[in-house]
Design a binder for this molecule. Structure first.
Ligand code: PLP
Length: 414
């Protein structure tokens, strides 16, 4: 496991982590919302603009060729990172949200009235609202898979809901609230027996653990660069090439065509078909640098260390009087969970808890974390969420717990 000395070395690469909140050093525990960026990522993006900026794919001059090469090298790098079958299975988007909208709109023509889309109650709104919209447009039905008492997906509920009408199954690889990490290969293998298209929202898994689209047996996976230490405004859609090739474009315009007549156009093959307009080369280059950064630490190491921090925090929060956890159950070292600690404090609004923690230098998130149906299902309106990265230390977990324990006192309540 990563030692505290190694973590302190890693932290030196993140200038923002030296921020002070008043006179207190920042403890950044909002990593599920966005991760901080290492110097390497900031420099890679800056360097692109300093030395290679041009509109790629369209020019014959030196800078345009450099921009094209950088962009396409990153596509190769992402393909390798995700274990894609082909490089052109990687489509760059603005983020996971755009990737999921792209899928909903381009898969919609396959849906007939009465068809079903199956998602889980764990889903982030990004993997929920596009399906609501498309289901309504096509007369299809949006169905939900619910949870067992441990907050795992309920396998028997899944078996009961899968049927010949299920055309799309879209499941999170890791919940941004409960930390549930379903065994998706089992879920997708079953869905394939019914011929459903299998999608995973892997936004919260890819930054924390090894990820292999082939092992999962998925058809599509999406993620966001900013959750994996890369720049905002960049995301990825991976899809099986045969499927991408059978799908219409999502956006129309420059760079996504083979040829254009006055009344019609012949569209380019994937991935260009889905990358209309000027692409975000700087963001993609930053993402490439971020993948180098995490690969150097090693995703197995990251997973092991972050689960260690998460388990320390979970055990300590469970001991605080008045705190209730909403985390997937199970605390053995082998237990797979996301690096999130969702909780509420009896009689204190989550926003007040987050505000008081901020005064102690601790950054956590409060609200429904873009998972309102899940919160309703859990019987609460909102929660607080601490979320961890490999750059967090054991001492930071202690500071978080100290501050959290003191919240009622700091509010003058008890
Ligand atoms: N899916 C999950 C599980 C998320 O946690 C998030 C962001 O919080 C998203 C999708 C959407 O990502 P973005 O806002 O970067 O598009």
């Amino acid at each position: 496991m990563l030692s505290q000395a190694e973590v302190r070395e890693i932290r030196k690469e993140f200038p923002i982590l030296t921020t002070k909140v008043g006179d207190k050093p920042l403890v950044y525990l909002d990593n599920a919302a966005t991760t901080q960026k290492p110097r390497q990522v900031i420099e890679a993006e800056a360097n692109y603009y300093l030395t290679a900026n041009a509109n790629p794919h369209r020019g014959a001059h030196k800078l345009a060729n450099m921009a094209t090469e950088l962009y396409e090298n990153c596509r190769r790098q992402v393909a390798k990172f995700l274990h894609a079958y082909r490089v052109n299975e990687i489509v760059f988007t603005k983020g996971a949200t755009e990737s999921l909208n792209l899928l909903a709109y381009t898969l919609a023509p396959r849906l007939e009235p009465g068809d079903e889309i199956l998602i889980s109650i764990l889903e982030h709104h990004a993997n929920l609202i596009p399906w609501q919209y498309i289901a309504r447009e096509r007369g299809a039905k949006l169905r939900y898979l619910y949870l067992d008492e441990k907050l795992e997906l309920d396998w028997s509920d899944y078996l009961a809901k899968l049927n010949e009408q299920t055309k799309i199954v879209s499941l999170t690889a890791c919940s941004n609230v409960t930390g549930t990490r379903p065994d998706l290969s089992k879920y997708f293998a079953k869905a394939k027996e019914f011929g459903a298209v299998c999608i995973t929202d892997s936004t919260q898994l890819i930054p924390h653990a090894p990820f292999d689209v082939r092992e999962l047996g998925a058809d599509f996976a999406v993620c966001s660069s900013h959750k994996i230490y890369g720049p905002m405004g960049t995301g990825v859609l991976w899809g099986r090439y045969e499927l991408l090739e059978s799908m219409p474009p999502y956006h129309y315009g420059g760079d996504m065509i083979e040829s254009v007549d006055e009344q019609s156009a012949c569209f380019a093959r994937p991935a260009s078909r889905f990358e209309a307009g000027t692409v975000n080369v700087g963001g993609v280059v930053g993402l490439g640098a971020a993948l180098d950064f995490v690969s150097e630490i090693g995703l197995e190491n990251i997973d092991e260390y972050e689960r260690h921090l998460t388990e320390l925090a979970l055990e300590a929060v469970a001991q605080i009087k008045g705190c209730q956890l909403f985390s997937v159950a199970g605390t053995s070292p082998a237990y797979l969970r996301g690096a999130v600690v969702p909780f509420s404090y009896e009689g204190i609004h989550p926003h007040d808890v987050a505000t008081v923690l901020n005064e102690q230098g601790v950054a956590v998130r409060a609200g429904h974390h873009c998972a309102e149906p899940l919160h309703r299902h859990l019987g609460v309106n909102s929660t607080c969420r601490a979320s961890f990265s490999f750059y967090n230390t054991e001492e930071e977990v202690e500071r978080f717990i100290e501050a959290l324990t003191a919240v009622p006192k700091l509010m003058g309540l008890r």
